[in-house]
Design a protein around this ligand. Structure first.
Ligand SMILES: NC(=O)c1ccc[n+]([C@@H]2O[C@H](COP(=O)([O-])OP(=O)(O)OC[C@H]3O[C@@H](n4cnc5c(N)ncnc54)[C@H](O)[C@@H]3O)[C@@H](O)[C@H]2O)c1
Length: 341
């Protein structure tokens, strides 16, 4: 299955196919120097399989985890490019999750003012969402994604077979982003997630979610408006992440929780059921007033107003500006022992 994303600066293909990693050479232009960026939590055979198809491969393996998404690691990658004599005709390829993709994409966008970038995502989150759309970044001063660029890849290769080595909790967390897209844009995909085991339907889930994402990005590449829909569940999700701290819930688990208060009651009932089916949380131990305080620190606050996306009907969304106090009763629905609205 091949999708394509068309933008004024050019278009690129997204190939979704089991076993595609071993055929990357037929899809990407690899007869040149290729810096393959991966991390030490990604099984090394994935980067090696790609390297075996490159004329001049170099592998740089960074430590796994969000803590590597910083300027120091970015500098390490840029130095490796320089030391290996990369020029403007060479390229960078990410083999890993969203962390590696964001880091490698930023390095490619900066080195010699931009060299080609390919993305081979290996987590559900990266396959279903982050590898497409051209957002690259590293964190700075404890703030996520503050230093970054919009830099589209030349191609994205998605091989669902690599997901077999991913821990189940990571699989579930990534699926939260698929639920997010389905809930806001695609009732058919939502019904599929409700009724089927994801492992038996990777290609349909990934292509369904990415088709929606590509359509949004084509209309709003630089997040001037519509693309904010992709942040559904993230205002409260980020607040939960900041309350939980680094040892707490995974990003996707926070997004799962963050979506629940922003839905109408009938939608919330279906959402709770699908999240439970996918082993995602529907309650957390954070008190609503602590959560509200964290929301108030969120970057989307403007003049005491929070812009939130709400879903009254599956596949349809609305953006609303509300006073933070209006959020408080809604936050109760995800608080342990809290009231159901
Ligand atoms: N650019 C975007 O549009 C966008 C969108 C959403 C999230 N993100 C970013 O994505 C990052 C999170 O991505 P993530 O959830 O993929 O996390 P991640 O990249 O940190 O990967 C999670 C863990 O899985 C391991 N792993 C990766 N592939 C594996 C495999 N196939 N088998 C076994 N283990 C594997 C990694 O080593 C890591 O320990 C965050 O930094 C977030 O900001 C970016």
């Amino acid at each position: 299955m091949k999708l394509s994303l068309s933008l004024p600066g050019g278009s690129y293909d997204i190939l979704i196919e089991r076993g595609a990693l071993s055929r990357a050479g037929a899809v990407f232009s690899l007869c040149r120097r290729v810096m393959i960026v991966t991390d030490n939590g990604v099984p090394p055979q994935y980067a090696q399989t790609l390297a075996a198809q490159c004329k001049a491969p170099y592998i740089v393996t960074v430590p796994q985890g969000e803590k590597s998404k910083n300027l120091a690691t970015l500098e390490t990658v840029l130095h490796r490019l320089l030391d290996a004599g990369f020029d403007r005709g060479d390229c960078v390829a990410a083999v890993g999750g969203g962390m590696v993709g964001d880091l490698a994409g930023l390095a490619a966008s900066l080195y010699m003012r931009g060299i080609d970038f390919y993305n081979v995502p290996t987590t559900v989150l990266a396959q279903v969402d982050s590898s497409v759309g051209g957002k690259t970044a590293v964190d700075l001063g404890g703030m996520k994604n503050v230093v970054g660029s919009f830099y589209q890849p030349r191609g994205v290769l998605i091989d669902p077979d690599v997901l077999t080595s991913l821990p189940p909790r990571q699989v579930s967390a990534g699926l939260a982003e698929a639920v997010k897209i389905a809930l806001t844009c695609d009732p058919g995909l939502f019904a599929l997630l409700e009724s089927q085991a994801p492992e038996a339907h990777w290609e349909e889930i990934l292509s369904g979610a990415l088709r929606c994402k590509a359509a949004v990005v084509e209309q709003d590449e630089k997040e001037q408006g519509l693309r904010r829909i992709l942040n559904f569940g993230h205002t409260i999700g980020h607040a939960i992440e900041s309350c939980e701290g680094l040892q707490g819930l995974l990003h996707g688990e926070c997004v799962a929780l963050g979506m629940l208060p922003m839905c109408s009651e009938p939608v919330r009932r279906r959402l709770q059921a699908v999240l439970t089916k996918l082993s995602l949380p529907v309650r957390c131990r954070i008190r609503p007033d602590d959560l509200l305080r964290a929301v108030l620190h969120d970057k989307k606050m403007r003049g005491g107003i929070v812009t939130v996306t709400t879903v009254r009907e599956i596949g349809r969304w609305e953006m609303q500006e509300i006073a933070p106090q209006e959020l408080l009763p809604l936050l109760g629905v995800i608080a342990e022992g809290g009231e159901q609205l």
